[in-house]
Design a protein around this ligand. Structure first.
Ligand code: ADP
Ligand code: MG
Length: 487
């Protein structure tokens, strides 16, 4: 049987306002437990919530970023449920009239051939504002549960996608596109490890060709791209196995355990009407006015999709490069600054940024903002390769030296370490002569060899001469002189 996978994501994004969505409490991450929860966050009798305008602006930005219809009239509703980390007994959210309506985002997928890129449009059903609950702490409290209410009332935007994804890879690409967008829009830091972006993954399977969706299970609170992929794949395997063993999937909320790579049912799925949603009587409906929307629209930065297209058009970059470099705003700026420092050598700048900068950042677990090599330094290095001061290979050495802080510029490193390429033909000839006299047998063999065998044997002499020059011989010149001498 061939199964088709159907996935829809609900992504909670923590908005980066300084204070909470309905109170003035601080939202900074990592404070001592229960030092940032006010009476309003706890919903004490007699207090009144006041909506944070910054949260509304952030939501509007997001709506414009996904070309959505914006909800002109916004109503906040109470979602009633009991949980120890929700002392109020209800969460303020939006139900019927969310701030962001239908929109879409384009995601990037691998094409048929390696390096090919395919674009797929994922529809977004809605996005609404709500407050976060507190946090139950199980570690460090043996036999008990600690409650930290610092997070209560933190502004969230819940982004609900249509069930448009067809594989775990597509779900990850979608989550990455949302992540890039919220960072571009500067509405959230998107820090998944700190819980600023959390994904609920709804997964079902159906027979290929079937129109009706299968029953879904929802994997709660997945907090890394890697786990999104693994959790969904393990859930798919489980569902296929269940159905093929003659059992039925029951709608449920499940948790993913990275240690066992398994999903486990937490509770059967509740229905919306279990929550007894009703409009919050403490909050007036919010009507967005056109002037505010237009003001925000005018302030939007260039977004990832547009930047990607521009990188292809303006710098003739392959789609693959353009996709990677535009995925993060800081990285994109880094790349463009490198291009201009390198006199417009865009493809080279792209290679160095993608391979060397990203590689080194990865290895040293450093953020691009803290890259020890700046765009100006990298651009300066590329210039020296292009004007033949150094070879590409020596360039790697210079890069490492810059990374290690052994010089302020490529020029300084080259001078200090004596890495300048040897282009003086007299000096090169002397090197070649030495190689030839040191290896008489190889010279004889070469001269006696057929045309076919020669190129490989030629490589030997190039290697020896390079070694003798400590990698500094100008390769093109070395080749030419060697050809001449060997005859
Ligand atoms: P709820 O509010 O109960 O969580 P929704 O209908 O709002 O349910 O859907 C939540 C998410 O589940 C959406 O992202 C939607 O795309 C996705 N979804 C709905 N039905 C399915 C299905 N059969 N398979 C996979 N995902 C689904
Ligand atoms: Mg839901």
């Amino acid at each position: 049987m061939t199964w088709e996978v159907v996935i829809g994501l609900e992504i909670h994004v923590q908005l980066n306002t300084k204070s909470k969505i309905f109170s003035g409490s601080d939202t900074t991450f990592g404070a001592e437990p229960n030092t940032q929860a006010s009476l309003i966050d706890l919903g004490m009798p007699g207090v009144l919530p006041v909506l944070n305008k910054g949260a509304v602006r952030n939501a509007v930005k997001f709506g414009l970023g996904i070309n959505a219809e914006l909800g002109r009239k916004n109503v906040f509703a109470r979602k009633n449920y009991f949980y120890p980390d929700l002392p109020k007994g209800y969460q303020i959210s939006q139900m019927e009239l969310p701030i962001v309506g239908k929109g879409f985002i384009d995601i990037e997928l691998e094409g048929e051939k390696a390096g090919d890129v395919k674009i797929k449009r994922v529809n977004i059903t809605r996005a609404h504002l709500e407050e976060d609950a507190g946090k139950s702490l199980h570690e460090d409290f043996s036999g008990m549960t600690g409650i930290d209410l610092n997070r209560a009332g933190t502004p969230l935007l819940e982004i609900v996608s249509e069930p448009d994804m067809r594989s775990a890879k597509e779900a990850v690409a979608y989550a990455k596109a949302i992540h890039a967008l919220i960072r571009y829009l500067d509405i959230s830091d998107g820090n998944m490890a700190e819980g600023s972006m959390r994904c609920d993954c709804n997964v079902s399977i159906r027979q290929k060709g079937e129109e009706k969706f299968g029953t879904r299970r929802e994997i709660k609170n997945v907090n890394s791209f890697k786990f999104i992929e693994k959790a969904i794949n393990s859930e798919i395997e489980w569902q296929i196995d269940e159905i093929e063993s003659g059992r039925k999937i029951e709608q449920a909320t499940v948790l993913y355990n990275p240690d066992t790579n398994k999903t486990r049912a937490m509770r059967s799925k509740e229905e919306a009407n279990d929550y007894r949603y009703f409009p919050d009587p403490d909050l007036l409906p919010v009507v967005l006015d056109e002037a505010l929307i237009e003001e925000i629209r005018a302030s939007l930065p260039e977004l990832p999709g547009a930047k990607r297209e521009r990188f292809i058009a303006q710098y003739s970059l392959p789609e693959y490069d353009a996709g990677i470099l535009s995925a993060d705003r800081v990285l994109a700026d880094f790349f463009e600054a490198t291009v201009s420092a390198a006199n417009g050598a865009a493809k080279q700048a792209s290679n160095w940024v993608m391979m060397d900068i990203l590689g080194a950042l990865n290895r040293t677990e450093t953020d691009i903002n803290a890259s020890p090599v700046s765009p100006a330094q990298l651009g300066g290095l590329i210039l020296r390769i292009n004007d033949n001061t150094i070879s590409g290979k020596i360039g790697k050495q210079v890069f490492q030296a810059l990374w290690d802080g052994e010089g302020a510029t490529a020029d300084e490193v080259i001078a200090k370490k004596g890495l300048k390429q040897e282009s003086d033909s007299g000096a090169l000839e002397a090197i070649i002569d030495k190689v030839l006299t040191d290896n008489p047998q190889q010279v004889e063999n070469y001269r006696a060899a057929t045309e076919e065998k020669r190129p490989k044997m030629f490589g030997f002499f190039v290697g020896q001469a390079m070694k003798l020059s400590q990698g500094k011989a100008n390769p093109a010149q070395l080749n030419e002189l060697l050809q001449k001498k060997l005859g």
